[in-house]
Design a protein around this ligand. Sequence first.
Ligand SMILES: Nc1nc2c(ncn2[C@@H]2O[C@H](COP(=O)(O)OP(=O)(O)O)[C@@H](O)[C@H]2O)c(=O)[nH]1
Ligand SMILES: [Mg+2]
Length: 452
Amino acid sequence: MSRHHDTIAALATPLGSSAISVLRASGPQVRDLMEGLFAEALQPRVATHLDYRDVAGVLVDDVVATFFAGPRSYTGEDSLELSCHGNPYIAQRILEDLFKRGCRPAEAGEFTQRAFLGGRMDLSQAEAVMDIIHARSERALAAAQQQLRGALGRRMEALIEELLGAVARVEAYIDFPEEDLPAEDKGRVDAMLAKCEQGLAQLLASNHYGELLRNGIKTVIVGEPNAGKSSLLNRLVGSERAIVSPEPGTTRDFIEEGILLGDHFLRLIDTAGLNPTPQALERLGIQKTLERGQEADLFLWVVDSAGPLGLLPEELLRRMTPENTLLVLNKADLGAASPTLPERLAGLTALRVSALTGEGFEELRTRIGAIADAFQVQVGGEMLAINARHADALGRAKTSLGNARQQLATRAPVELMASELREALAACGEISGKVDNERMLDHLFASFCIGK
Ligand SMILES: Nc1nc2c(ncn2[C@@H]2O[C@H](COP(=O)(O)OP(=O)(O)O)[C@@H](O)[C@H]2O)c(=O)[nH]1
Ligand SMILES: [Mg+2]
């Protein structure tokens, strides 16, 4: 059962004109609240159309009210959802009235925090709720849904189970300080730890993909001035976002647009042209381009197919591989033969397109999608994509495990090893939140929305 004594209320939908607005309240006073409002206890999970009158008896709106009796509610507490007409003035008046009736304003993420504290979901699932709200692509949504359904939690449980087994074996020897672990047990424990370490490594490998899902795939468009970079961005975005100019060197600042391409969310970044002989002002833009290039997940290298193939700065070329780069031979409409690629670039996929006519863009989108597909990491057949908090905890767990294995190999005292393993366990437990770290929790839920 929940330990909260107060009842919280908040608007669950954005403030604005819409078909409906939803308010929710959760906590021990919800039943009294209903009695006071509607002079009846509503049947759980049945939507009821009722008049909403404020404490002074003035009609505010007609609403659809749904009561969720704890523990069968989102928070695990008694909860009430009210749908009113989607007018911010009405929603605000109802909310203020709920406060007058004893509710207090919910803090950001407090409903979900209560769900977590009430044992309705583990911490990784609570985070998945936020991921679902913010998912901007099919893939991001699919990963968030898996996590909400407990995929990460289950994986961690299996790992923790395995670790506990190893700890039990090791700790059995703590009381016998003279004795070393028998070779047989040693081998067994090491095999168990190796398996855990591998499991951790697999999960950690999904961290980068998690970033791509949550932040979008950073797609940097590079190339010489006038190659058609801005035109390419415009066509991909489908609007005239970047300034296209026949004068070389016009794009000195960055233009960034989020686009949904197939199942993927991309952050397309147009850059200043990489003029081999720049003017002073251009030089600054070029410096910035190089910086952005260092963070790029995907490169679209645009060249003017009618001109000679200029080379890019070495620091960019070094980062470009067939797995992350498409060579876009633009201005195909001018009918020039494709430039021949130097040997070191022969592995790059080259595509002929015209940003002017749109020719080749179907293929370009498909190729970008294929590169993005290949970024996906599968963990044991499931699509998992951990976040930065998970990566931090798992990284610490892995370090502790590594230390323990080292100690096992060098016949260090069993206590030391046991303590490392305990640390690994604690770090693993942080993923689902089976630790009492209030500051961490407050910090985490504070990043949620009000009303969630
Ligand atoms: N014929 C033709 N001209 C293009 C194409 N793409 C861009 N241009 C022209 O090339 C010039 C430079 O384009 P822009 O997008 O500003 O290049 P950027 O400097 O690389 O950003 C402009 O005059 C565009 O209209 C294309 O596919 N075909
Ligand atoms: Mg430009």
